[in-house]
Design a protein around this ligand. Sequence first.
Ligand code: SF4
Length: 202
Amino acid sequence: MDWPELVRAAASCQACGLCAGRKHSTLFAPQTTETEVSTRQADWFILGDPPNAEEDRLGQPFVAEDGRLLDNMLKAVGVSRHGSDAQGAYLSNIVKCRPPHGRAPQASELSQCTVYLQREMDLLRPKVILVTGRRAAQTLLGASSAQAALPLDKQRGTIHRYKDTPMVITYPLQTLLRTSALKAGAWADICLAADVIAGKTP
Ligand code: SF4
């Protein structure tokens, strides 16, 4: 599947029960043109939790206060969700449809939706993956791996790998909004990811 085919497939997907309650899948906003979809290039792949109500309504990830915080942190390292290549961040959710009442996605739902996540990564070929939160981290680390069992603070500060792509784990944006003392740690994580892009890490 190319980008437009992937977007169309997610918009009409019925592979798991989460399709029943969605307004939109979050794989590209509905108003995005096919040309914009087809030409998307970004070195940063930022992965977050399942869509919340606002993300479901608008059909794109990180659109509320958490998104504004993310945009500001990215801007500080010269990166934007609208940028390209080293200055560009592609944003994604671990599942593309909102679980009812904001519940956690079930293992079977995560597993079904991994097809989309994997294809996003294959098409984008990012230079770094920034994972926001333990649930998203577990999805990429593999639920049964030793690293996935560690608390988030032990997963941070190091460069993991998802297949061949370097991966940095940080706090969920919603947690940063509630606990501003953690923002310094999140900033260090973003700087670590920026170092990966700049080739400053081993
Ligand atoms: S969550 Fe993913 S697998 Fe489930 S219906 Fe939506 S797009 Fe399909």
